[in-house]
Design a binder for this molecule. Structure first.
Ligand SMILES: [Zn+2]
Length: 407
């Protein structure tokens, strides 16, 4: 047992050396040569001549069928160093699958476990050897390598949870009884799998510390997230009698149900790579920020302003804040002229009260493309831009999305 621990430590040291001495990131050039296939050659004969395992030779040269090599074909022949590393890579694959730690140590005061892995591949026409170190936070249950959870979230803000694993997993999770939707990404160079989920909070979410749960099979990881109160005001809205009819509960309900059906769909992956742009040009004053608590015609505060309102004049062009696909483009009873853009990953931009709609369902839009014009249709008391962002169905503050790139 002691010998095994020592050998893992040694391997980890070798990995560290490789990692820091490599000329290009974690890649190091090997002692490979080439050989031109001669009449009478077989892959096995060539492998024996150069003292290289035949399966390694086949893999490096992308040969699926070892009986199908051709005279004149050029083969890459790995030297002793590459063969040695490839064999250790095989060992490491076993180690990875059985989750054997290389060495346990302290990094920046936190106790972590280091795992090592070798790989080889083609880069710039050369066969190169890659090494990779994994750092695992201690105390995390298998198979989590690292988990990042926001410690605090202000009401209305969108947080991001990140899970990293050395093997493919299917994480699920919940926060405030809402499911977390994880999207995955495999980085073959880093040999790891990264999963991210948004943690959207609404302006009326109760402040306090709440558990965020992540599950992989029967393994559960739980971390506390504190919701902090935002600074949202209360607005008393009086609607003219002509628009009072729009408050009919069944009509509100019907429209809501339709919109929630749209917002509940998660079409992976995210289509944006930058912070969102502001949807109108020029210096436009904000007339009602996101999150304002609302009471209509003296009623109780039961809702909040789901979007951000800007006093743009009637007819101002509304531009797509990020790439996406138009999933709704029609007049709605309560929200008036409406356009919804699906940005992927469960994130939707919504524009209401428009005077004109210039897109159709199914249109692919790029950042800055014209969606339509500002108006005052539906439940509205004057021309304005209403921009609303829904993440997994929750209305979040759009301004966070223009100032930072999420996730
Ligand atoms: Zn609004």
């Amino acid at each position: 047992m002691l010998t095994r621990t020592v050998s893992y430590t040694l391997i980890a040291v070798v990995l560290l050396l490789l990692l820091f001495l490599s000329p290009t990131s974690s890649f190091a050039q090997t002692d490979a040569t080439t050989y031109t296939v001669q009449p009478g050659d077989t892959l096995l004969l060539i492998a024996e001549r150069f003292d290289v395992p035949v399966d390694l030779l086949a893999r490096i040269n992308h040969i699926d069928n070892p009986d199908l090599i051709q005279v004149g074909q050029t083969l890459v022949i790995p030297g002793p160093e590459a063969v040695d590393l490839a064999q250790r890579q095989e060992q490491f694959r076993e180690h990875l699958s059985t989750w054997l730690p290389s060495v346990s140590t302290a990094v920046a005061g936190a106790q972590v476990t280091l795992y090592g892995a070798f790989g080889y591949g083609e880069l710039g026409g050369m066969t190169r050897i890659a090494s990779q170190l994994f750092v695992r936070q201690q105390g995390l249950p298998m198979p989590f390598l690292s988990v990042r959870v926001p410690k605090t979230l202000i009401q209305g803000r969108t947080g991001v949870v990140q899970v990293i694993s050395m093997v493919p997993i299917v994480p699920t999770g919940t926060f405030q009884d809402r499911p977390l939707v994880f999207l995955g990404e495999h980085n073959p160079e880093a040999w790891m799998y990264r999963y991210q989920a948004f943690v959207p909070t609404g302006a009326l979410d109760q402040p306090g510390v709440k558990p965020l749960q992540i599950k992989v099979g029967s393994v559960v990881y739980e971390a506390p997230v504190e919701i902090l109160a935002g600074t949202y005001e209360t607005q008393h809205i009086v609607l003219p009698p002509s628009k009072g009819g729009l408050l009919e509960p069944e009509k509100l309900q019907e429209e809501r149900a339709r919109l929630y059906a749209i917002w509940s769909k998660v079409t992976a992956p995210p289509r944006w790579t930058q912070p969102f742009r502001f949807p109108v040009e020029g210096d436009i004053p904000r007339t009602s920020p996101y999150g304002t608590r609302r009471s209509y015609n003296g009623g109780p505060v039961s809702s909040f302003h789901a979007g951000s309102d800007w006093g743009a004049p009637e007819g101002t062009p509304i531009l797509a804040p990020a790439p996406g696909v138009v999933v709704l483009a029609e007049p709605l009873f309560v929200r008036g002229g409406a356009v919804i853009v699906d940005h992927g990953a469960g994130v939707y931009s919504n524009f209401w009260h428009m005077s004109q709609i210039d897109v159709q369902v199914g249109d692919e839009v790029q950042t800055g493309d014209l969606l339509g014009l500002v108006g005052t249709t539906g439940l509205s008391t004057g021309a304005h831009l209403h921009w609303e962002i829904r993440v997994d169905g929750i209305a979040v503050d759009p301004m966070q999305w223009t100032s930072s790139k999420l996730p």
